[in-house]
Structure formats: C-alpha cells, structure tokens
Ligand binder design. Structure first.
Ligand SMILES: NC(=O)c1ccc[n+]([C@@H]2O[C@H](COP(=O)([O-])OP(=O)(O)OC[C@H]3O[C@@H](n4cnc5c(N)ncnc54)[C@H](OP(=O)(O)O)[C@@H]3O)[C@@H](O)[C@H]2O)c1
Length: 299
C-alpha cells in the first residue's frame, strides 16, 4: 500500500516509516521543514512538504494514498488548546478524504488519565470531556461507519528507546538539575510503557489488517511504578532518590508535575490477542539501565 504518514520525522513516526518500508509499503511523509524533509528522504520515503494547518495538502496527501498514519502533533504545552484544534481539523480533513475507500486511518491517541482509578482496557471509552483530543479521536474512529478502516492507537505515555525526548527524558533532566531523583508521595502510581520499535511494529500490523473501528493499546508494560522509574534515574545519574509530597509536585517537576503523579495503568491483552502482537524489545527499567538516557546527547 501507499501510506501517507504525518509526523513522519518524529520519534514514533521515524520508526514507523522504517517499519512500513521494510514490510514493502510505499511511504509518503509530511515534512514542514527542510530538516524534516531530509530525515524522511534519507529513510527512503517520499516527502510531501506542508504543515498540519495546510488542510489542502493533507487532503491531497490522503487522496493520493491508500491509507494514512496520523502521528503529527504539536507538543508545545503552552499552546495546548491550539494544538488540539489543529489536530481536530487535520483528522476531519484526512478522514473525509478517506471516506468510502476502506483505507486504514491510524489515529494516534494516549492512555494517560483515560480511566482514572482503573486499568484502562481497549473496550473502555474515555470521557470526551477530559480533553478535546479525545473527542476528535472518537469522531475519527466513528468514520468506520463511513467506509474508513479507522483504528485508534492509544500509546503508553512512555514510548522509550535511545534518543527519547519524552516524559522520561524530561524526568532525567529535572533530576540532573535538582540533584535528586523524585517520585510523588509513595511512588506507587503506575505508568505504562512501550519500546518505540514495538510501537512501530504494532502500527504496521494495524495498517495491514486491523478491522475498522478497532481500538489498540501500544502498551508493553501495564504499569511501571513511578518509584521504580525514579530509582533507575537516581542510579543512572548517581543522585539520591526522594519522595516529593503531592502539594510540591508542580514546584519540583514543573508542568510534568500534573502528569507524573497519575496512576494510569493500561492493559494490552485484547491488542495482543487480536493483532498477534508480542512486544520483543526491552522494558523501560532495562532501557534506563542501558545508560543512554544519562548521556547528554541521549543516544
Ligand atoms: N512519544 C510518546 O511517548 C507518546 C505517548 C502518547 C501519545 N503519543 C502521540 O503519538 C504521536 C507521535 O508522537 P511522537 O512522540 O512521535 O511526537 P514527536 O516526536 O513530537 O513528533 C511530532 C511530529 O509531528 C510533526 N509536527 C508537529 N507540528 C507540526 C505541524 N504544525 N505541521 C507538520 N508537522 C508537525 C513534527 O514535525 P517536525 O519534525 O518538523 O517537528 C514531528 O514529525 C503524537 O500524536 C503523540 O501525541 C506519543
């Protein structure tokens, strides 16, 4: 198939491009800059120049392809409402372009906070009021009724590996700056995790064969205790590991404080059963023990 990938230059997207090409698909990656275009081309994919706000470009990219993997997202936490609006418009445009084609539309989403107080399963439908992104993803998933093979891919909040710049890399930077590696209260709250290459493999399986309307969890570990993450970071940096009271979380962790205390486990049982997906790469703590998170270049 010819697959249009938004976010093709990103953390998950770049691994997805490699995975799709290796499986024999043609890939066209959206690039908003020369640097992104170079990265996508050097991976062996074709490049479509444009920004996520260029809806005409997104429409053309989707129409010229057999399916779309939508991973592009603006992660500027000072512009969260704008990012959600941009994502909704992009999804609506791509979804409309795929109507009645039966082509796959992989919709990136997340597990974090989607089922407060419970283990999130693929069958759970999160409250659309929690975040505008959830409502946009649910609307795109409903395109299954309009001839789109829509698939929601909920990623663990930690998609890890060498070169990661996500939550765990930020925790490492905070621990380095503060001279202590913190967890919130008793640190028993759990974060799911998945290795980047396992996530990319699941995306490829979904492109190839997930049924319309599927919800899949790119989750290899149901929940790694926050305290274990803090301990591995403390060991890696050679700094003490400390409990931070919840009321001081924002002061210590900054914007990450509102996420790091969440107990947000997520199951992968239905995903593994339905897709025959078995994560094969190392878990988060083993990945932290490899040491790459503690080198300044992160590689
Ligand atoms: N990584 C995780 O742990 C995680 C967890 C849960 C959910 N997710 C979701 O999974 C998806 C992929 O995440 P990721 O970690 O791969 O993100 P990432 O590394 O931040 O990559 C984001 C991608 O989106 C592109 N992009 C951002 N704004 C754009 C714009 N205005 N126009 C065109 N392209 C734009 C970026 O292009 P440039 O290269 O040009 O910047 C990049 O290719 C996202 O939807 C994310 O929210 C990720």
């Amino acid at each position: 198939m010819r697959i249009f990938v938004t976010g093709a230059s990103g953390w998950i997207g770049s691994a997805t491009v490699t995975e799709l090409l290796a499986a024999g698909h043609q890939v066209v990656g959206l690039a908003r800059s020369d640097a992104s275009a170079r990265a996508i081309a050097s991976a062996g994919a074709a490049v479509l120049r444009g920004d996520l706000v260029d809806l005409e470009t997104l429409r053309a990219g989707a129409r010229a392809s057999d399916g779309v993997v939508h991973l592009g997202y603006s992660h500027d936490f000072s512009q969260m409402a704008e990012a959600a609006r941009m994502n909704q418009a992009a999804l609506e445009t791509i979804g409309a372009a795929l109507e009645d084609t039966g082509g796959p539309l992989i919709i990136a989403s997340g597990t974090l906070g989607a089922a407060p107080g419970a283990v999130l399963t693929e069958r759970d439908v999160p409250d659309s009021g929690l975040h505008p992104r959830i409502a946009a993803s649910q609307a795109a998933l409903a395109l299954a009724e309009k001839g789109v093979r829509s698939v929601m891919m909920r990623f663990a909040p930690t998609v890890h590996g060498a070169g990661d710049h996500g939550f765990v890399a930020v925790l490492v930077a905070i621990a380095r700056e503060k001279g202590v590696s913190g967890y919130i209260d008793d640190g028993s709250n759990r974060w799911p995790a998945v290795h980047r290459f396992d996530a990319a493999h699941l995306i490829r399986l979904a492109v190839d064969g997930a049924p319309a309307g599927s919800v899949l969890h790119a989750v290899a570990e149901e929940g790694v205790p926050a305290r274990s993450i803090a301990e591995a970071i403390g060991e890696g940096l050679g700094v003490p590991v400390v409990s931070v009271p919840a009321e001081r979380a924002a002061e210590h962790f900054g914007w990450l404080g509102m996420f790091f205390g969440a107990d947000s486990p997520a199951s992968n049982i239905l995903t593994r059963e339905s897709m025959g997906w078995e994560p094969t790469h190392q878990g988060l703590i083993a990945d932290l023990k490899e040491g790459h998170y503690f080198r300044f270049d992160g590689n």
